[in-house]
Design a binder for this molecule. Structure first.
Ligand code: ATP
Ligand code: MG
Length: 772
């Protein structure tokens, strides 16, 4: 059997091989981007299966996205065959859902419990704040939601929070008290609705394992080989989950009896690629692994197999500026490769045009296929300009994550119906669709019924069935409620009779009149809503074909768990139509979703201070460090060709803003970059002269954010005529003195000294500058 494993060691270097062969104590594999960490995990699983050291059902592998999980499963299957299917390869969330669905009984949960996403949970929080009579302006659902989420990441439940914050009573802690009240009520409401929010999935699983030793033992017996990719982005709850499952902790404590020896645990990661601190991930888990697991063995990898030396040098130069990091030596024998190409565009449309032209040119000159190319940006909103140009020039593309298909109103409505069908106690979803489409059930009727439910300690759904008993409802409202109740009952019967999710969805759209209303509408947007619903129906049909035994609950679970990177299937029909089969399509995605992936050609766009690094990070050194890691992640996705570009003026929220060059680009050694265009035409207009040494703001502007230019360019006649020595005021920079003027009329550029804010070159037509 060892022969069977030997072949799996061939494509590995000595350290990688050591990591694959390691057995016994926990193993930490730390290394920079592209050094084969994920490859080691895949090969380790395959090797263990091939040599019979572990059986497929004993493997639990955790990846960061569902897409990464599917890829890992596929690779292992390719290496060792279909026997591998019984492995658990999934995200933390999916693994927890699987455990919770099996163990729902001991928790008193229905097996078809609902999973609330961020929007659902905010809606529930809005209800809760209303019930508690809180001022929604003072306590916005969004803020409460992120605070509660952070508590759950730390495994702090409502009681725990109440006792910790109770000590600090006083008016300064009013917020804590409110949060405490909201948190307990929110949890109670979730409970009542048989629903868990995203963070609950992890916290509840941890509670389950800690409170029920027999359950914990079952899973410890089962998972003998636990592997976690991207360990630097785990949060505290996930850390504890792994600890509970692996069982080293118990072992160490000399737990009585010790029925199950600890599992083999392998975690891999790179502290420089931690980019989810804003969601509660903590770099501590990887830095302190050896303290958490004193038996641990650590292996470092130093050879990068992904990128050229040029790309690596640029990425290393950027990341090396971060404080408090452990320096790494990362090398490659791939050679220098082509220079990085830089481009400064006048605005985002021109930047997009550059990207599209370049993709086209690479296709002609080097046979680069659209599928080899990825374009990254900092925030989803930036995809639109790129999409418009790609559509115009006919380059096939897909947007990963940003389209937010499942966040469109009509999709959310349809899914809310399905959830309310699957789980009669799912109040939030039931109430969402109560009057959708309009059926004469206004806020008042809803409030009456809700009050009745509250008093009788019923779920909203149960109260609906007893609406006749609810006081204060008019006959008309009662009739409407009754027929709504019958509608839901009919749909539930259909689902119970074994109809697949597609059929139930079809019935929802027809019987509710939802589809008819959209079809009858003159609003063109409603037309595309119909298309989107048709697409959801196609998703459901596909699901039925892929999982003939799957029921509505399974479908909803799948839908709830689509991670960002999975929101649009790789074979997005819209994109596939345009694509020549083996050419693939250009991938557009945010830098965050790009983690773990690689592409032969990568464009990283929007290198502007205020865009990337993001505006809100400029004043906070920790956030800035995270942005820098994001830059490192972005640059290291490229295998051979890397492009960096920025727009001198970018329109955000309808306002054109003038942005200085990203401070990160300044850190890239100049000889690595071939600037196709170094200055935007607004700057080129002014005759010669070197680029000003500093065009950078020292810190974020105060409240109000991104207002570095006027809302619209002024007519040429209104451009202030300035002379050296004039005093001016600028909306963002304040008082300044003109030190130089170049060009005239619409193209006039002034160099203005703003004191502490530095000296700026401003195209006056776009700048909110007033002469004093
Ligand atoms: P990231 O930090 O970005 O997640 P990683 O460390 O997980 O990167 P992988 O994605 O596993 O790196 O590997 C990067 C690339 O290098 C992949 O294409 C992989 O197949 C290749 N690779 C890794 N190790 C070797 C090797 N020993 N020989 C040849 N190619 C390798
Ligand atoms: Mg990886």
């Amino acid at each position: 059997r060892d022969d069977a494993g030997a072949g799996l060691l061939d494509g590995l270097n000595a350290e990688q091989r050591e990591a694959v062969l390691h057995s016994g104590p926990p193993l930490l594999l730390v290394a920079g981007a592209g050094s084969g960490k994920t490859r080691v995990l895949t090969h380790r699983i395959a090797h263990q299966l091939a040599t019979g050291r572990v059986r497929a059902p004993e493997v639990l592998a955790i990846t960061f996205t569902n897409k990464a999980a599917a890829e890992m499963r596929e690779r292992v299957e390719a290496l060792v065959g279909p026997a591998a299917r019984a492995m658990w390869v999934s995200t933390f969330h999916s693994a927890c859902v699987r455990i919770l669905r099996r163990e729902h009984d001991v928790l008193g949960l229905r097996s078809s419990f609902s999973i609330y996403d961020a929007a659902d949970s905010q809606r529930l929080l809005t209800l809760v704040t209303r019930e508690l009579g809180l001022d929604a302006k003072k306590y916005p659902a969004k803020v409460l939601s992120s605070r509660i989420s952070a508590l759950k990441d730390e495994l702090v439940d409502p009681d725990g929070y109440a006792s910790s914050s109770g000590a600090s009573a006083g008016s300064a802690h009013e917020f804590d008290e409110v949060l405490s009240a909201v948190y307990s009520r929110y949890q109670a409401r979730l409970r009542q609705a048989h629903a868990l929010d995203f963070d609950d999935l992890i916290m509840t699983t941890v509670n389950l394992l800690q409170a029920f030793p027999a359950v914990a033992e079952h899973y410890r017996r089962r998972f003998r080989q636990i592997l976690v990719d991207e360990y630097q982005d785990t949060n505290h709850a996930q850390y504890v989950l792994v600890r509970e499952l692996a069982g080293w902790h118990r072992h160490q404590d000399g737990d009585g009896g010790r029925p199950v020896p600890p599992a083999e645990l392998t975690v891999v990661g790179d502290a420089d690629q931690s980019i989810y601190a804003f969601r509660g991930a903590t770099i501590r888990n990887i830095l302190e692994f050896e303290a958490d697991y004193p038996q641990a063995r650590t292996i470092l990898l130093e050879q990068n197999y992904r990128s050229t030396q040029t790309i690596l040098s640029a990425a290393n130069a950027v990341i090396s500026r971060n404080p408090d990091r452990r320096p790494k030596r990362l090398w490659t024998d791939a050679g220098a490769g082509p220079q990085i190409v830089g481009y400064v565009a006048d605005n985002e449309h021109e930047e997009a045009r550059f990207v599209a032209e370049e993709i086209d040119r690479l296709g002609d000159a080097e046979g680069v296929r659209p599928g080899d190319v990825a374009v990254f940006y900092r925030t989803n909103a930036q995809s639109r300009a790129l999409e418009e140009v790609l559509i115009r020039v006919g380059l096939p593309y897909k947007v990963v994550g940003g389209t937010r298909f499942y966040e469109r109103r009509e999709i959310k409505d349809a899914i809310a119906y399905l959830r309310a069908v699957a789980n009669p106690d799912d109040d939030v979803n039931l109430r969402r669709v109560l009057n959708v489409p309009k059926r004469g059930l206004g806020d008042r009727s809803e409030a009456m019924l809700a009050a009745f439910a509250e008093r009788e300690r019923l779920s909203f759904g149960a109260a609906l069935d007893r609406a006749d008993e609810a006081p204060g409802l008019g006959t008309r409202a009662l009739t409407c409620l009754r027929s709504f109740g019958e509608l839901m009952a009919g749909l539930r019967e259909l689902a119970a009779s074994g109809a697949g999710p597609a059929e139930v969805l079809g019935a929802v759209l027809d019987r509710t009149g939802y589809l008819a209303e959209l079809r009858d509408s003159d609003d063109p947007q409603d037309g595309s809503r119909v298309d989107n619903l048709a697409e959801l129906h196609a998703v459901a049909t596909e699901f039925e074909q892929a999982e003939p035994d799957g029921d509505l609950g399974d479908f909803l679970e799948r839908v709830s768990l689509v991670a960002d990177s999975d929101q649009i299937p790789a074979d997005d029909p819209a994109a596939a139509q345009d694509a020549t089969p083996d050419q693939g399509v250009v991938t557009l995605m945010t830098l965050h979703t790009a983690k773990g992936l690689e592409f032969p050609v990568v464009f990283v766009t929007g290198w502007e201070d205020g865009t990337f690094p993001h505006m809100r990070s400029l004043a906070d050194p920790q956030q800035l460090a995270e942005e820098r890691r994001l830059a490192y992640v972005g640059l290291t996705r490229a295998r051979r060709r890397l492009y960096v570009s920025r727009a001198a003026v970018r329109t955000a929220w309808g306002v054109p803003n003038e942005f200085p060059e990203s401070r990160f680009l300044d850190d890239v050694p100049p000889d690595l970059v071939d600037w196709r265009r170094r200055e935007s035409s607004m700057a080129v207009l002014r005759s010669t002269g070197p680029r000003p040494a500093t065009t950078r703001r020292p810190a974020a502007p105060s409240a109000g954010g991104a207002r570095f230019g006027s809302a619209t360019p002024r007519p040429a006649g209104d451009v202030p005529s300035l002379a050296v020595g004039d005093k001016v005021t600028h909306d963002a920079y304040g008082l300044g003195t003109v030190v130089a003027v170049e060009g005239g009329g619409a193209n006039a550029v002034a160099k203005i000294d703003f004191g502490a804010d530095g000296t700026k070159r401003l195209l006056l037509r776009y700048s909110p500058v007033t002469k004093l």
